[in-house]
Every structure is written in C-alpha cells, then in structure tokens.
Write a protein that binds this ligand. Structure first.
Ligand SMILES: [Zn+2]
Ligand SMILES: [Zn+2]
Length: 216
C-alpha cells in the first residue's frame, strides 16, 4: 500500500512547451528561490534541453534582468498547471531526478518486510516457515530482523528451510554463519546430514547416499 503522501508516484505530466514527459525530482533540502514554498517531497520538471521555454529563456532573462539564467517548466504534484522556474545552469535539478517506479518497488518491499516481521511472534506456534525464510532471504531487509528470523530456524525445526537457505548467497558473513549453525542444529535434531557430494539431506547413519550413490 502506498502511503498517501506518495501519491505523486502515480502522476504523469507533460510539458506544454515541448510535449515531453516531465521528470520527477526530489525536493532540495534547502529552500530554493523565494515564495516557492515547497511543502512537497517531489515535483515535476521539464529537463528537456531542447524545450523552447528553456532555449528561449536565456535570451529573455539576459535582456530583462541582465544575468545568465533560463527557465524550466515546473509543476507541483496534484496540479495540472505548472509555472516557469528560474535555473542558473543546464544541469540544475538534473541531480535530483528520482525514479517513481523504483520508489514504488522499495515501498512494496518494505511493506512486505513489515508484514513478515509482524508474523515472527507467532510463526513458531503456527509452524509457519514463510516469514522467517522471507526475511532471511531478503538482502534488503533490516539486519536485526534477518538475525531474529535466523534465530527462529532452530525453534521452527523445519527441514524445508535447508534447500532455499543453501541456495542463497549471503552478502552478510555473520548472518551466513548464524544460518549455517541453525541448519546444523536442525539436521542433528532430526538425525539427518547433508551428503557431502550432492548436498541432499540423508539419514545421519547412512553409509551410502540414496540420491547420488556416494558411499561414506
Ligand atoms: Zn519542455
Ligand atoms: Zn549424495
């Protein structure tokens, strides 16, 4: 669910001067210009260098005010009409372009993480491995949440976690170590081991792997 202050992520606007789609930019942390009153975390701006408003602006401002600047067409979220905004260089505002799709994906991922964290309290009682696996395997999730999930593996004692965890490449060595220890514990608790050759889970006392035929 998108939070209401991020409605702008779904907005699409076009420049009336050049018809190009406006770029979504994050608001600078400091107040720019006078009387603009940002009051928004993003705005839309035409960053097309061929835009007639921008191209003609240089000459216009030079003649009117005698300094080097031009205009970019700018529009605040939730509006249909924008206004020319003075810029001192071609690159102004280009550094704060944001990708609405990327932010939406980040928000969605974060919502899923929160949902999984909320389920951790009851996952052992419900024998629900899913939120635990989700958090451990999500490299973008908070480290503390992932560690908490890793510590629940032993209590959950579900061998179904071994394959997905083994197939995951952990970027965090500490977490990888925690997960390894947990896997070792549940294999032992279930009198199982992993075949050193094919990695399938087999009986701890097996003299021969039933999957690859390797003898020990
Ligand atoms: Zn334009
Ligand atoms: Zn094997």
């Amino acid at each position: 669910m998108l939070n209401s202050c991020k409605k702008y992520l779904d907005e699409k606007h076009f420049c009336p001067h050049c018809k190009e789609q406006l770029s979504c930019c994050s608001t600078p942390p400091i107040h720019v210009g006078d009387g603009l009153g940002w009051g928004t975390e993003a705005y839309f701006v035409c960053l097309n260098d061929e835009c007639p408003l921008f191209k003609k602006g240089w000459e216009h401002i030079e003649m009117q005010f005698g300094h080097r600047a031009s205009y970019r067409y700018m529009l605040l979220p939730g509006n249909t009409e924008g206004t020319p905004m003075m810029v001192g260089s071609k690159d102004a505002f280009k550094g704060c372009v944001i990708d609405p799709q990327g932010i939406k994906l980040q928000d969605e991922r974060y919502a899923k993480e929160k949902e999984a964290v909320a389920k951790l309290d009851t996952c052992v009682a419900e024998k629900n491995l899913e939120p635990v696996l989700f958090l451990i395997l999500d490299e973008a999730a908070d480290r503390k949440n992932r560690e908490r999930a890793a510590d629940l593996i032993t209590e959950l004692n579900d061998l179904a976690c071994v394959d997905p965890l083994r197939n995951h490449e952990f970027r965090d060595d500490n977490l990888a170590h925690r997960v390894n220890l947990a896997i070792k514990k549940i294999l032992e608790a279930n009198f199982k081991k992993e075949c050193p050759d094919c990695a399938e889970i087999i009986k701890a006392q097996a003299k021969k792997c039933q999957h690859c035929g390797k003898g020990f």
